[in-house]
Design a protein around this ligand. Structure first.
Ligand code: ADP
Length: 273
């Protein structure tokens, strides 16, 4: 096969969103859709849509590497890789020279230390409880009558009366938020307290891998500017958010697929659509 015409795909089947990236060694493009209740079908359908928009039959993909929470449900993969490997690879592509990656998705949070090639040097992952994840933000945003996008748009100007959210358990934190509302604290003050609470939790994880600049924030939650500011305040260093932050895992998977077809690793088995 002529390598120049080869196209590979990376799929990150997350708890909340499926992300697909196509790559031909030159052009890279990504798509996103909600995971829904059938991650396997949704992932195959999104991959089909992506291929269609590139005028491709998905049978002709040179490789499909899958990652994310639901990767084991994808029967058509040529290879499945861990989220840590793919997020690290994707982050190093999105931000060359990055040393520390914070990735916050729907149901997990990761801190990864990477080398210049996106190889994982060290990592910590919380996927056991929703504390400090997108789910935590979603539940607490709901208690404030907001969705996550509206929450992210709330400005938290300095000088607000200070309140704290101390519970790490999502259920207790939701009750705490309701309690603070009833005590008369503004939404801005409570949102600011939520961000500080998540930043504390993330800082504990990051301190285990060593917070080396430059630091990158990826995953769907990275779209929340207020949380990014809270992380910068906590670490006392810039925390960068690339445009394609939510696609880091899928991009990393696509890059691994590309390396595979170029024989840097073992060859991929044939896609089984
Ligand atoms: P997963 O891979 O687990 O599906 P993602 O990295 O796709 O996770 O991130 C999903 C999370 O991103 C959601 O739980 C949601 O909380 C958060 N999110 C999505 N859109 C926004 C937004 N506009 N602002 C802030 N957070 C967002």
């Amino acid at each position: 096969m002529n390598k120049r015409n080869s196209v590979v795909a990376g799929i990150d089947t997350g708890s909340t969103a499926v992300k697909v990236t196509l790559y031909d060694g030159d052009t890279m493009q990504s798509w996103l859709g909600p995971t829904g209740w059938n991650p396997g079908e949704v992932s195959a359908a999104l991959l089909g849509q992506a291929c269609q928009s590139w005028g491709l039959d998905k049978q002709n993909l040179a490789g499909v590497v899958g990652t994310g929470y639901g990767r084991m449900m994808l029967t058509f993969l040529t290879k499945a890789l861990t989220e840590i490997s793919c997020h690290a690879k994707g982050a190093a592509y999105l931000w060359p020279g990055v040393c520390t990656v914070i990735d916050i998705g729907g149901q997990d949070a990761k801190a990864i230390q990477v080398d210049a090639n996106g190889k994982v040097l060290n990592f910590v992952m919380n996927d056991k409880c929703a504390a400090g994840t997108g789910r935590f933000l979603q539940v607490t945003a709901n208690a404030l009558g907001l969705d996550v996008a509206q929450l992210g748009a709330i400005e938290c100007p300095p000088g607000q009366p200070i309140c704290n959210v101390n519970s790490m358990c999502t259920v207790f934190a939701e009750s705490e938020v309701i309690g603070l509302l009833h005590q008369g604290f503004s939404r801005e003050a409570i949102v600011s307290a939520l961000y500080r609470s998540i930043a504390r939790r993330i800082a504990t994880m990051v301190s285990d891998v060593g917070p080396q600049p430059p630091m990158l924030f990826t995953g769907g939650v990275a779209q929340n500017r207020g949380l990014c500011n809270a992380l910068e305040e906590k670490f006392q260093m810039p925390v960068y958010v690339p445009d394609q932050a939510v696609f880091a895992g899928a991009i990393g998977a696509a890059l691994y697929a590309w390396e595979n077809i170029n024989h840097k690793h073992e060859p991929l088995k044939k896609c089984a659509f």
